[in-house]
Design a protein. Structure first.
Length: 264
């Protein structure tokens, strides 16, 4: 194994462990814990529920997902070859299917303080957007990958914000969906670290910027949680969940940028 391949697998292992921990912690603390359940119910109470949200949330359907995967696959094939195209279509498809299997078949939401609370972890909508965005970051030519990662972070953040603001999901569902998508690509990268044709323009700057934005926003979310608990303010708890989603989106996009940018 070459030094570059070994370094790629080491990086993929670290990201796999980190995002798996994020997903597991989201489930344990938000779904399997009475305090977490109460906190997340306060988020739902503060949300303004609607059946007709605006884009991008309302764009998800089986046909649109299929079209998006085909488009991403074509871009990856033209930019990096058949192997990258295969990964960029199969991995997000599997992660989307895994989200439904976990939510509907494998994971449960215990009735700790309310009755008939259906399990919604992880969010299928969030997994769709995170997985397809991750695939697109890997699919595009190297010179524009950093710009796509920045745009992808904004898209994932917007969807996560909408899912909470419109009462479609709890915060743990959003974080779990993001984590699942990144874990899928980290696992793929661990099996065979991807190589890139050409240099990633502004990749280092984008990585640093996403890391700073992500951790600062996560820190703000933690502070808001503390204030919300102290004041028993549901609106602040909702804001904390939304800020946490923005931070997770930035860190997820950074992860995909780093995983997909190893030179051959």
């Amino acid at each position: 194994m070459s030094g570059a391949a070994a370094a790629g697998r080491l990086r993929a292992t670290w990201f796999l462990v980190f995002w798996a921990a994020v997903g597991i912690a989201s489930y344990v603390l938000g779904v399997r814990n009475v305090v977490g359940q109460r906190a997340e119910e306060s988020v739902l109470d503060a949300a303004d529920f609607t059946f007709t949200p605006p884009p991008p949330l309302n764009l998800v359907s089986i046909p649109t997902v299929a079209i998006a995967l085909v488009v991403v696959g074509v871009i990856a094939w033209v930019s990096h070859g058949f192997r990258r195209a295969l990964v960029a279509t199969v991995v997000p498809a599997l992660s989307i299917l895994a989200a439904q299997l976990l939510k509907l078949r494998l994971l449960t939401r215990p009735e700790l303080f309310e009755l008939d609370a259906a399990n919604t972890f992880p969010s299928g909508h969030m997994t769709v957007f995170a997985a397809i965005t991750a695939a697109l970051i890997w699919a595009v030519p190297s010179r524009v990958r950093a710009f796509v990662a920045l745009g992808g972070a904004a898209l994932i953040a917007a969807v996560g914000w909408q899912l909470l603001a419109y009462g479609w999901h709890r915060p743990s569902d959003v974080y779990g969906g993001i984590a699942l998508a990144v874990v899928a690509f980290a696992a793929a990268s661990l099996i065979r670290p991807p190589t890139s044709r050409g240099e990633t323009v502004l990749g280092g700057s984008a990585s640093v910027g996403l890391a700073i934005a992500g951790w600062v926003t996560v820190g703000a979310a933690v502070v808001l949680v503390g204030v919300a608990v102290a004041t028993e303010n549901s609106a602040l708890m909702l804001s904390a969940g939304e800020f946490g989603g923005v931070g997770a989106a930035a860190l997820a996009a950074r992860t995909m940028l780093l995983l997909g940018s190893r030179r051959a």
